[in-house]
Design a binder for this molecule. Structure first.
Ligand SMILES: [Zn+2]
Length: 179
């Protein structure tokens, strides 16, 4: 098991008073994403987002991912950590009009567009790519936090993430909130 995975899972070093990060139920670590979702080792593409956010629609995903290191690893391997659907890819191509449900995340449609453009229509995300975030710790809602200071998640884990993925190209996604 990757120590990067375990180190991220247990991490609660970020400043919760500034950003409102919350611990997972019965866990030390904050509700967050693994440093890598997709390929388990090196990959051609590394997508870098800013921060995963929780809503009533996806909060169960975070709780189940944080419930154990195994579940966290399931999500890192791009599978839903939900008991009973652990064979369903998390970052995946969606059917037009697909109902919003656990793990259905329209944000990743743009990632899959890139995968489709570079490879084939049915290429799986984890075949060639990894998704990470500058802040792995999640916040509630979209854009309700101004990330103006340096990310401790990135300071602790981004170099290790990059060294694991060894991407040929990095694609950054998102923008800081304008004030
Ligand atoms: Zn953090």
């Amino acid at each position: 098991m990757s120590t990067l995975l375990a180190d991220v899972h247990g991490c609660h070093e970020c400043d919760a008073t500034v950003y409102g990060f919350e611990r997972a139920p019965d866990r030390e670590g904050y509700l967050k994403f693994p440093a890598t979702i997709g390929a388990v080792g090196p990959a051609t593409l590394l997508f870098v987002g800013i921060n995963p956010y929780r809503t009533v629609r996806n909060e169960l995903l975070y709780e189940e991912a944080m419930a154990s290191l195994d579940a966290f690893g399931t999500l890192a391997g791009n599978r839903e950590p939900h008991p009973g659907s652990t064979s369903t890819p998390y970052i995946r191509r969606h059917i037009p009009g697909e109902r919003r449900r656990y793990g259905r995340e329209p944000f990743y449609d743009q990632y899959m567009e890139v995968i489709k453009g570079v490879w084939e229509e049915d290429t799986a995300f984890e075949e060639h790519a990894v998704a990470t975030e500058l802040y792995l710790c999640s916040t509630v809602g979209i854009g309700n936090r101004a990330f103006v200071s340096a990310s401790l998640c990135a300071a602790r884990f981004f170099a290790r993430t990059f060294a694991q993925v060894l991407p040929k190209a990095v694609i950054t996604v998102g923008a800081r909130r304008r004030v």
